[in-house]
Design a protein around this ligand. Structure first.
Ligand SMILES: Cc1cc2nc3c(=O)[nH]c(=O)nc-3n(C[C@H](O)[C@H](O)[C@H](O)COP(=O)(O)O)c2cc1C
Ligand SMILES: C=C(O[C@@H]1CC(C(=O)O)=C[C@@H](OP(=O)(O)O)[C@H]1O)C(=O)O
Length: 358
């Protein structure tokens, strides 16, 4: 099973949603990096379940313990092992679907592929696994911070309710000011209201998380398969419930002419810059030093509190309805997950690029 990600700055996660706990092993983190545990904790708090009325009500504090790879507050260059124990599993909520498949969750495909599945909370296919990614991503962010690179995501759409402003027009520092993580307070209020209404309707809704990376040097990414945007795309598409990834001008770019779309170059001091940035900071798979920006689309959550047509493991027709605690919309909690996955890709490419030339 593909439980690892990255080449030099490399993570492997383990654990299930209703097992004892989960965790991550990080290899390739250079020695001497100050590991700020308070910062890791803050990042975990941004993702944890039970954080507001518009998320799942499962109550996990997501306290973590670093088992290895850190001495006197700094990384030692050896594998960093980190664990998070599960404390609030309610596996009874899944007894009624132990042999049934929830439409559009991983139940059917997982069972067909492996012949065995931990039905409790979706087991390994639960987004609970992303707690481990966010912990690792926090360490990647600390590494990037050392090089002046920042990663900031925010919610830009819920259902058909769009923020309608580019990231340059927004004060991204306001993203954490509200429970939906949209930096425009008026739009945020409407998004919260929409998610709350959908929740009361026993339904779910999708949304978009946008992300901006600033301070990237020229030269991250490879020109052929390991294009920087290809690795970012894989990272984003590896997150539960993701349906789409676009960077720079994305799908809207098809409407433009080359004469409008090309990013003209100019010299600014000792830097080559571009006047526009439809490229999204990446040309030929390699960062050009401008902001990298991209959007990630999330589907409506599969588990809904309504009767749905399905089958059981014997292929018999059944009706299933969700029980327990589920997210009515994943995007508020997906913001730190998108940031974590982006930080892991960039940290990896920063280390890979060190071997490119003298
Ligand atoms: C932050 C986050 C929270 C999620 N919460 C739920 C949830 O409460 N219930 C649910 O059915 N799916 C939830 N999902 C989505 C499922 O994990 C996902 O749909 C499932 O693993 C199947 O994978 P796929 O949708 O990518 O095909 C969540 C996803 C994310 C990113
Ligand atoms: C536990 C988390 O989110 C879970 C993600 C999830 C899913 O199907 O992905 C289903 C729910 O699981 P449970 O029924 O066990 O509460 C969410 O609460 C978490 O993110 O830490």
């Amino acid at each position: 099973m593909g439980n690892s990600f990255g080449r030099i700055f490399r993570i492997s996660t383990f654990g299930e949603s209703h097992g004892l706990g989960l965790g991550v092993i990080i290899e390739g983190c250079p020695a001497g990096l100050p590991i700020d545990e308070d910062f890791i904790r803050e990042e975990m708090q941004r993702r944890k379940p039970g954080q507001s009325k518009i998320t799942t009500q499962r109550k996990e504090e997501d306290e973590f313990q670093i088992l290895s790879g850190v001495f006197e507050g700094k990384s030692t260059g050896t594998p960093i092992g980190l664990v998070i124990m599960n404390t609030d599993q309610k596996s009874k909520d899944y007894s009624h679907i132990a042999d049934k498949f929830r439409p559009s969750h991983a139940d059917f495909t997982y069972f067909e592929k492996y012949g065995v599945r931990d039905y409790r909370g979706g087991g390994r296919s639960s987004a609970r696994e992303t707690a481990a990614r966010v912990a690792a991503g926090a360490i990647a962010k600390l590494f990037l911070r050392h090089y002046g690179i920042t990663v900031q995501a925010f919610v830009s759409q819920v259902g058909d309710l769009k923020l309608g402003k580019s990231y340059q027009e927004l004060d991204l520092a306001k993203t954490e000011d509200n429970i939906v993580r949209c930096p425009d307070s008026e739009t945020a209020d409407r998004m919260i209201e929409l998610i709350d209404q959908v929740r009361k309707d026993r339904d779910t809704i999708g949304g978009i998380v946008s992300c901006v990376v600033k301070g990237t040097p020229v030269g991250l990414g490879e020109p052929v398969f390991d294009r920087l945007h290809a690795d970012l795309g894989k990272a984003m598409l590896s997150i539960n419930a993701v349906k789409g990834f676009e960077y720079g001008s994305g799908f809207e770019g098809v409407k433009m002419r080359g004469s409008q779309h090309n990013d003209a170059f100019y010299q600014e001091g000792d830097r080559v810059r571009t006047r526009s940035n439809h490229s999204g900071g990446i040309q030929g798979g390699i960062s050009n030093g401008e902001d990298i920006y991209f959007n990630v689309a999330f589907k409506p959550v599969a588990t809904i509190m309504q009767d749905q047509e399905s089958v059981n493991e014997s292929g018999e027709s059944v009706v299933v309805s969700g029980k327990g605690r589920h997210d009515p919309c994943v995007v508020p909690r997906a913001v730190p997950i998108v940031e974590a996955m982006a930080a892991l890709v960039l940290a990896d490419h920063l280390l890979i690029s060190r071997t490119n030339k003298l």
